[in-house]
Design a protein around this ligand. Structure first.
Ligand code: DGL
Length: 258
């Protein structure tokens, strides 16, 4: 294992794992901050979505993905998928010979770094698996926040997959989930798909809340763990999938302009 403290702007190869295409939103942030020079992305497109699955199944799938990454001599692995981050990190860490980072702890740290008052209203959005784990809620409560709402707006995942980043279907779905909420001060976008509809989510509320995005949060977190920003001018991204890799590459062109 290469300890993260020994890594500066030396060549670094990162594995990024997601249940499907959503983790490309995390890749986008890693590329923007130029933290690594090589990114190996693996999306389990054959078995997406993970959000409705139970913790044991998510952990089993994540361990299978880990075997895939063992072929690549990666320096670290990021589980871009919040549902995997919520349930499979201990098992992944126990079975990997490189550091494994999830996105939940970084999301909580990003909220902490915004220095909001403890009575601020915090809304966490994620899949059923993520929200059911209670990980965000308990981590945010430990920061001293007392007004936390956690919600699983499951229909938003297929809506994003359909490319409906705005328009009546998205708006009525947001209304369906948000209509009874008190306007939040901050929203954790605790699902890989939600950054793609961040504008619509933020603008639903009268005073656009602060939005915390898993990709930006993990980029910020890694910078404080020995991976400096802007360290790699050239970045190589390789995309793999358990089903239809060409389809995933097309989504990468559309979503992150790769
Ligand atoms: N990648 C998942 C997450 O961030 C969303 C899609 C899914 O349910 O697999 O939790």
């Amino acid at each position: 294992m290469k300890p993260s403290s020994s890594i500066s702007n030396a060549s670094t190869k990162v594995g990024v794992f997601d249940s499907g295409a959503g983790g490309l939103t995390v890749v986008k942030s890693l590329v923007a901050h130029r933290l690594f020079d090589e990114i190996i992305y693996y999306g389990d497109t054959a078995r997406v979505p993970y959000g409705p699955k139970d913790p044991a199944t998510i952990t089993r799938y994540a361990l299978e993905a880990l075997e895939f990454f063992k072929n690549f001599d990666i320096d670290l692995l990021i589980t871009a998928c919040n549902s995997v981050s919520a349930h499979a990190l201990p098992e992944l860490r126990a079975n990997a010979n490189f550091p494994v980072y999830g996105v939940i702890e970084p999301g909580i740290m990003a909220l902490k770094n915004r220095h909001l008052s403890p009575e601020s209203r915090i809304l966490v959005l994620g899949t059923r698996a993520t929200i059911g784990s209670g990980r965000y809620k308990s981590g945010i409560a430990k920061l001293g926040f007392t007004n936390i709402e956690a919600l699983a707006p499951s229909l938003l995942v297929p809506i994003v997959e359909e490319g409906l980043f705005d328009g009546p279907v998205l708006q009525s779905t947001l209304h369906h989930y948000f209509k009874d909420l008190q306007p939040p001060d901050a929203i954790i976008l605790g699902c890989t798909h939600f950054p793609l509809i961040a504008d619509a989510i933020g603008n639903y509320f009268p005073n656009t809340p602060l939005l915390i995005h898993s990709g930006e949060a993990i980029a910020e977190y890694l910078q404080s763990h020995g991976y400096p920003a802007q360290a790699h001018p050239e970045i190589r991204l390789e995309i793999f999938a358990s089903e239809n890799p060409d389809g995933l590459k097309k989504i990468a062109q559309k979503w992150i302009n790769y």
